[in-house]
Design a binder for this molecule. Structure first.
Ligand code: CP
Ligand code: NVA
Length: 294
């Protein structure tokens, strides 16, 4: 594994190894406190972030290294050539994490950076999120469980489909017509027999141990907000839809009153903050794995 751009590019063993390492990091962080001493991470953001930015920065500090933040629009990425800019950063840093609008930008950067590149979210996948999600599902319900993803077939959904079906978790996805997940990811996942797809949210949540949703309006889709709110309203996680005992997941930030009600996200079954905490352990595992294999 030279980079982490998409879960679809990883094999089952790699996914399971990252999660096992994250579990060890969570249990005994002190065993890894100097593991990346003297190493530097550069984090480049085209979009806003709370969890990804802070969990990577603190994760790197906890491993004994250093993290530097670069806002795309305040840097010369905004005016220069993407290849030139990232090549320079690769000369300073040991590892790079980027959050971009277009997945092709992270692919371009990985090609020339000369150091491992991590996708911290693109329009195609959010691999770091899905790894933390599978870790959380394993902790709470075990891998023999059923997850229902309800809402937009977006980056989070694509990564979840790939991560669940590579780790043995059954996943049922319900999206409106025209908002389906990536076809290539669905085709590979279907071969495992673990993925089912429907346009009917009630059908997807039947027998689900966990129900997951994400925003209906991803970063960069703000102009489509009104249309999306109308299309997605039958897909809201509310008391009427969610089975009583199902655990609730959301990658956050949540748009309360839209994809999820206060009652559901604040219920005792909600594990959104455990899920967010696991981002820290997973980011550390990803960085260790990429730097150890380099
Ligand atoms: N879930 C997630 O990636 O959160 P941020 O956008 O705040 O980083
Ligand atoms: N689908 C959302 C996830 C945010 C973490 C987005 O891309 O904005």
């Amino acid at each position: 594994m030279n980079h982490l751009l998409a879960i679809k590019d990883l094999d089952n063993k790699e996914v399971n190894e990252i999660i096992s390492l994250a579990e060890k990091l969570k249990k005994s962080p002190e065993n890894y406190s100097g593991a990346l001493k003297g190493k530097s991470l550069v984090m480049i953001f085209q979009k806003t972030s709370t969890r990804t930015r802070i969990s990577f920065e603190i994760g790197m500090t906890q491993l004994g290294g250093h993290a530097a933040f670069l806002d795309w629009k305040d840097s010369n990425f905004a005016v220069g050539n993407i290849f030139d800019e990232v090549k320079c950063i690769g000369g300073y840093a040991d590892i790079i994490m980027v959050r971009v609008y277009s997945h092709s930008d992270v692919e371009k950067m990985a090609k020339v950076a000369g150091v491992p590149v991590i996708n911290g979210l693109s329009d195609f996948e959010h691999p770091c999120q899905a790894l933390a999600d599978v870790m959380t599902i394993k902790e709470k319900k075990g891998l023999k469980s059923k997850l229902a993803f309800i809402g937009d077939g977006n980056n989070v959904c694509n990564s979840l489909i790939a991560a669940c079906t590579k780790t043995g978790i059954r996943i049922a996805v319900a999206t409106p017509k025209g908002y389906e997940p990536n076809m290539g990811i669905m085709e590979s996942a279907k071969k495992t027999g673990l993925l089912s797809f429907t346009n009917n949210p009630k059908e997807a949540v039947e027998g689900a141990d966990i129900v997951y949703t994400d925003t209906w309006v991803s970063l960069g889709q703000e102009k489509e907000a009104e249309k999306r709110h109308n299309v997605f309203s039958p897909y809201q996680l509310n008391r009427g839809l969610v089975p009583e005992n199902a655990l609730i997941m959301h990658c956050l930030p949540a748009h309360r009153g839209f994809e999820i009600t206060d009652e559901v996200i604040d219920s005792q079954n909600s594990i959104v903050f455990e899920q967010a905490e696991n981002r820290l352990h997973v980011q550390k595992a990803i960085m260790l794995k990429l730097l150890e294999e380099k």
